[in-house]
Design a protein around this ligand. Sequence first.
Ligand code: PLP
Length: 253
Amino acid sequence: MKKVMTIAGFDPSGGAGIQQDLKVFHLFGVYGLSAVTALTAQNSSGVAAVMAVDSRFLRKQIEVLLRDGAPEATKIGMLLSADNVSEIAAILKKFRLKNIVLDPVILSSSGRTLAEAGVPELIREKIFPYCTIITPNIHEASILSGVEITSDVDMAKAAIILKGFGPEQVIITGGHREVSAVDILYDGTFSYVKGRKAPGEYHGTGCAFSSALASLLALGFDVPAAARKAKRFMARSFRKSFSTGNGVRLFSF
Ligand code: PLP
């Protein structure tokens, strides 16, 4: 059994964060481990409150899990606090985990901050260098690269800048663009993963995509193949979603 670990936030709605990551791992037939970085109070309408987990306790969760052996892949999501970023950087330095997928979570779709002031820059500086791949959407890529993204050319420029901070590969997901939902993958050369923009608004797309990617890397696919398969998984997931009657759509897979 391949193991995949998620280091992410707790979402009581089950639509994002750890709860959703574990569902995705299960769908891909990998065994999910999880360490919680932050608690949130939220539903399909948005995030009402966030609270970081004590960083020493976060470290304990991960160190204890790793005593059972290293996972084949690790997905990192919402980190929230500077202390958590530093702690995760220290763990990545010490344990040399493989197949590290980082979803650099900054803001929820509803506009709530999921990374405290200075944390995006700290993630870029301290976590990016350990990553196999980072998976920002266009908003995250804009903030982290300083490039305002309105075109394919802007996406490419942002990818080059982000790769300069040390990840092996960068995929900027295009699902939040106005028309085309093409993802751009950059590892020194560019490739593109086409996809149709799904109508409607959804909760947890970044979490689902990065968890799918981590699962596929754990199963032995290389990054381009994993990126294509994860995109197809998302297309199916958009179709398998529902509305609570409030807020945005949740994935029911
Ligand atoms: N809550 C948690 C714990 C998350 O990790 C994320 C995104 O990564 C969100 C909420 C925001 O999800 P969305 O922007 O899809 O609403």
